[in-house]
Ligand binder design. Structure first.
Ligand SMILES: [Zn+2]
Length: 138
């Protein structure tokens, strides 16, 4: 949902909500928007303020600082994993089984695994942890 402050040619200002930025243009072309005060159809957009439609937005307001902190923590986890775990890429499932069934030296590994393989490993009693892999930049 996008909120526009609309203005008529007599400088009356009023707010209106549109599902997207094209909707205003469409309705205006069809002359379906008029000033709520003087019914003028000469309407222009004044200020745009994009909003997210979320009724709990005030309650669950995510503070930007918290997000930065979360990202920082995730980056630290990533750094820790990279430093202390061996990267095995797509061979993860195979390696996990080797370690789990003692065919390979016990070690920490990380890599990628498909949902199907992950499900099979869980059924074999192998617990995996997934970490949100955040990008290093920005
Ligand atoms: Zn007006």
């Amino acid at each position: 949902m996008i909120k526009y402050i609309l203005k008529c040619n007599k400088n009356h200002e009023f707010e209106s909500w549109f599902s997207n930025s094209n909707e205003f243009e469409k309705l205006q072309q069809k002359k379906l928007i008029e000033c709520i005060f003087c019914h003028s159809q000469k309407i222009s957009k004044s200020i745009m303020s994009p909003k997210i439609l979320n009724r709990n937005i005030e309650k669950n307001k995510i503070n930007e600082q918290n997000l930065i902190q979360v990202k920082k923590n995730l980056l630290n986890i990533k750094k820790f994993v990279k430093k202390n775990f061996d990267y095995v890429g797509d061979g993860f499932t195979q390696e996990v089984r080797k370690i789990y069934y003692n065919r390979s030296k016990d070690r920490n590994i990380y890599g990628s695994v498909t949902d199907k393989d992950s499900q099979e490993l869980i059924e074999e009693g192998i617990e995996l942890t997934s970490i949100p892999w955040v990008k290093d930049d920005n």
